[in-house]
Design a protein around this ligand. Structure first.
Ligand SMILES: C[S@@+](CC[C@H](N)C(=O)[O-])C[C@H]1O[C@@H](n2cnc3c(N)ncnc32)[C@H](O)[C@@H]1O
Length: 267
């Protein structure tokens, strides 16, 4: 492995399975967007990406940056590849680069959720095709009624369409991680929803096995919730994972408007 010892602290598990690499490339949305790769590592995925598109890659490990600069000398010279050496989270303000891009990456798992949430909020990011821990991919892609349907699923579905592209066993990597992984795709239609809505979701799922009514009563008056639930024909015993993304948005709107009418004394 090119005399490089994988560094645990950077979440380094290098993807070696050519079939999986090929599947990632095949699942890439067909458009003119640039590619951003976070954590190019030894460049195995990068090699495929620079063949089809121009790539901005962000790598934190200086040893790997040097290796990549050598390996991709030609692509760097022709500007097909730009390597940013440093922590992507430090470089990322509201937009990671200043043109439309698709994020394609085998992410470092210790910061994967944070990276995906930032990409969902980044107006320049149009699609997200990433490898993460299987359990995390399932949370992002869950549908209403699934046990793991939660705030992450709702935030994601509010922004775009998701699906799992391929599940990947530990043997596809060097060194193999302890858990299964999966590649999933988010095709964005808009950017991440507003903070107040996400705050409501956090409260809605504080105790996932309790009723939604009970969880939300920490935030809203019960009488107002009862009226909102009635309007949406939601049972008062419904659990948070059984309510659809659309109903969460309606509930949010209703609680705001009912709150407003109360404040002005009309309620
Ligand atoms: C799971 S490895 C993937 C490597 C390569 N893309 C592959 O598929 O074999 C994650 C990569 O992310 C890099 N990384 C970890 N934390 C990072 C950060 N904060 N910013 C940029 N890159 C980071 C690691 O050094 C590593 O190269």
């Amino acid at each position: 492995m090119e005399n490089i010892i994988a560094k645990k602290k950077f979440g380094q598990n290098f993807l070696k399975d050519e079939t999986v690499l090929q599947k990632i490339v095949e699942a890439m949305p067909n458009n003119d967007n640039k590619i951003v790769e976070i954590g190019p590592g030894l460049g195995d995925l990068t090699k495929f990406l620079v063949d089809v598109k121009s790539v901005d890659a962000f790598e934190v490990d200086t040893d790997l940056c040097k290796l990549l600069q050598k390996k991709f000398e030609k692509e760097i010279a022709t500007k097909q590849l730009h390597i940013h050496c440093g922590d992507v989270l430090t470089a990322w303000k509201s937009e990671l680069i200043d043109e439309p891009y698709d994020l394609v990456a085998n992410l470092p798992y210790y910061i994967a959720t944070n990276i995906i949430l930032k990409a969902l909020a980044d107006p320049k990011c149009k699609n997200i095709l990433v490898m993460v821990q299987l359990e995390v991919a399932e949370k992002f892609c869950a549908k209403e009624g699934d046990k793991v349907f939660g705030a992450l699923s709702i935030i994601t579905q509010s922004v775009g369409d998701t699906h799992i592209v391929v599940k990947v066993p530990p043997s596809a990597f060097n060194p193999p991680p302890k858990i299964d992984s999966a590649v999933f795709l988010i095709q964005k239609r808009s950017d991440r929803c507003n903070k107040d809505f996400e705050d409501m979701l956090r409260v809605a799922f504080t105790q996932p096995r309790k009723t939604l009514m009970k969880n939300l009563s920490q935030m809203y008056e019960k009488i107002m919730l009862q009226e909102a639930f009635e309007k949406l024909e939601l049972s008062q015993t419904i659990r948070p994972h059984q309510v659809s993304t659309l109903d969460y948005h309606q509930l949010y709107k209703l609680t705001r408007s009912l709150d407003g009418t109360r404040e002005t004394g009309k309620y």
